[in-house]
Design a protein around this ligand. Structure first.
Ligand SMILES: Nc1ncnc2c1ncn2[C@@H]1O[C@H](COP(=O)(O)OP(=O)(O)O)[C@@H](O)[C@H]1O
Ligand SMILES: [Mg+2]
Length: 381
């Protein structure tokens, strides 16, 4: 089965498309990544998405147009892949998140991914699954993270206790107990750790007046020194204190949050470079701090993935904050492409939905009342 996973996260850095050959039954899946690409949005569309994700109101007409434009960009990504691999059996499209509201007490969450599945299926003639998060939200869950079950069946180790840490715009983790443990599946945990690259990217854009969008390999931050009192203050934020299940987005960790951090930093008279180092270190601290708060078991390995795994300063700060016995590496080192891991995971979720009818969420991670089938099916004419 050739399944194409399409994913665009909160960073809005473009659409990741991963063509995966999937074999196996239900949870016993075997994956082979055949090709992965990052397809950029046209700059105007990217700006529009960022504005909407930042809270800009739209008329229904503008809204519909945006939903369609995003679908067309996803279609372009499919066409590039199809140029080399004409036989795609299934498309699993996460779409573009523009809004995410976690559930609150008795109120259900709400999440919105744009890029209409029916248009993608109509243009390509390929069955398409989209809107993966809705069913989990309707079952009372966070709708995120959804990759935990795939992580569990592809990256768990017989003896090592692992954390699979994705660093996209937002960070999310899957804790994988060693399989030697009795009922290890029941002990899997996962949650959003907070900002991944989002605050780092916003800082770089602010300091370069939009000339740059990210800190390449963390080289800029590496020249600075992070300010620990500021990080301790920022870690008091409610989100970091909450216990899982929890999820977040740009609604909390966006421009306004960064401006507050910038104001706080004025008290310390930080240089621009030190400010970027501090913001980067906040991401590292929020990740490691959440492990210390939520996990009883020491971690043998942290497996990084997502764009933030290329930020070497961030990676170093994660390592520095962990006990010496914890090894930090990327998922590439255990056979899973770190840039396309999320897109690959959605390909598997699509396969589970369409082929094996396997629920994709882990209720102990998302907080949903039960395991449910994820995604809506769109069939070609
Ligand atoms: N070489 C790099 N050095 C530092 N950061 C990088 C590098 N490559 C990608 N990134 C960061 O990763 C982000 C994209 O990560 P990604 O996993 O695609 O997130 P999302 O799922 O939110 O789209 C970019 O916005 C950038 O901040
Ligand atoms: Mg991305």
């Amino acid at each position: 089965m050739y399944c194409l996973g399409l994913m665009s996260g909160t960073s809005v850095d473009g659409i990741d498309a991963a063509l995966v050959k999937i074999t196996g039954k239900e949870l016993d899946v075997k994956l082979e990544l055949l090709w992965g690409i990052n397809h950029h949005y046209p700059e105007k569309l990217r700006q529009k998405i960022l504005e909407v994700a930042g809270g800009k109101p739209l008329s229904m007409e503008e809204w519909s147009q945006l939903d369609e434009e995003i679908a067309f960009s996803f279609f372009e990504a499919v066409e590039i892949i199809r140029g080399k691999y004409p036989n795609i059996d299934l498309i699993a499209s996460h779409g573009q998140t523009v809004y995410h509201r976690p559930p609150l007490k008795k109120k259900l969450g709400y999440t919105m991914q744009l890029g209409r599945g029916e248009i993608i299926t109509n243009l390509t003639g390929i069955p398409t699954i989209n809107n993966f998060r809705g069913a989990d939200i309707a079952a009372g869950g966070q709708g995120a993270p959804l990759v935990s079950k795939i992580d569990a069946y592809v990256l768990s180790h017989p003896h090592y206790y692992r954390c699979v840490q994705n660093i996209g715009g937002i960070g999310n983790v899957t804790y994988l107990p060693a399989k030697k443990e009795e009922k290890w599946e029941n002990k899997i945990l996962g949650w959003d750790t907070g900002p991944g690259n989002v605050l780092i990217d916003l800082t770089v854009q602010k300091l370069t007046k939009g000339q740059k969008t990210y800190d390449n390999n963390g080289e800029w931050a590496a020249q600075g020194t992070s300010n620990q009192p500021l990080i301790e203050k920022w870690l008091k934020e409610d989100f970091f204190q909450q216990k899982p299940p929890k999820s977040t987005g740009r609604e909390l960790f966006g421009q306004d949050y960064l401006e507050k951090c910038w104001q706080d930093a004025q008290t310390y008279d930080l240089s621009e470079t030190d400010f970027l180092a501090t913001i980067t270190d906040l991401t590292a601290a929020s990740i490691v701090d959440s492990y210390q708060k939520c996990l009883k078991q020491p971690i043998d390995e942290i497996l990084l993935c997502g764009g933030g795994s290329h930020n070497l300063y961030l990676r170093k700060r994660i390592q520095d904050r962990c006990p010496k016995t914890t090894i930090v590496k990327t998922t590439d080192e255990v056979g899973m492409n770190s840039d396309f891991k999320e897109a690959i995971a959605f390909a598997v979720l699509g396969y589970w939905r369409y082929i094996t009818h396997t629920p994709g969420n882990l209720p102990q991670v998302t907080g949903a009342k039960q395991a449910v089938l994820l995604g809506e099916i769109h069939l070609p004419l």
